[in-house]
Design a protein around this ligand. Structure first.
Ligand code: SF4
Length: 216
């Protein structure tokens, strides 16, 4: 059987159902989380988000009214806090100046235009831009992260050679279904956290019969 993206996603859905991934209270908080989780675990990013919430620094205006040094101190648990403080300030300025501080108004623009705008900001690459589009703004923009590429590689499924090719192939396989794309990405994360870890737990894995990398 030649494994396809849709087969992988169906098996993940059968196994794990709907994931409650990326719980957040506001769209801006989701975007802040997408920046803070770069190069660290979600657990560390969450600690930083909780600290920002406690200090009432989770709106563009509140962040811009806070000194960079104070933001660095508060987001320290996320690691790379000096760079990330600057990234947050740049993103908050963008939302404030271009969208009047209201991230929801970004939804009126096309995802293609927004993606280009986001990628031009410091600290926002394709993966972070897609996480903001998918989870904060509910656009059908698949996120290709290290978890997804790990599962694909281990399964021996060639879904494309580049970030954009893999993203396009997932979007083509799952259609313009934002919720399904978001869940598919979330389930890749869940699967890698539960089983397909750096040292995988293959016994009992849903992919055992299909995976070229399974271990005993
Ligand atoms: S069989 Fe093992 S390596 Fe393959 S997807 Fe499952 S956990 Fe990962």
């Amino acid at each position: 059987m030649v494994l396809k993206i849709i087969d992988v996603v169906r098996l993940l859905e059968q196994q794990y159902g709907n994931s409650d991934w990326w719980p957040a209270e506001t769209q801006f908080e989701v975007a802040v989380g997408a920046i803070l989780t770069q190069r660290t675990s979600w657990r560390n990013a969450k600690l930083a988000i909780e600290a920002l919430r406690e200090k009432k620094m989770l709106t563009p205006r509140e962040l811009l009214n806070t000194s960079c040094a104070e933001i660095e101190k508060v987001i320290r648990p996320s690691g790379f806090y000096k760079q990330k403080a600057n990234y947050l300030i740049e993103f908050a300025s963008y939302v404030e100046l271009k969208y009047g501080g209201d991230i929801s108004s970004m939804s009126r623009r096309s995802p293609e235009v927004l993606r280009q705008e986001l990628i031009q900001l410091r600290g926002i690459g394709p993966e972070t831009a897609d996480a903001i589009l998918l989870y904060a703004l509910a656009f059908p923009s698949f996120v290709v992260d290290a978890y997804t590429t790990r599962v694909l590689r281990r399964l021996g499924l060639n879904a494309g050679e580049t970030y954009d090719a893999i993203k396009a192939n997932f979007e083509s396989a799952l259609g313009n279904d934002h919720a399904r794309l978001a869940n598919a990405h979330a389930l890749m994360v869940v699967h890698c956290q539960k089983r397909c870890r750096p040292s995988p737990i293959c016994v009992g894995c849903i992919f055992t019969d299909l995976c070229i990398s399974k271990t005993e």
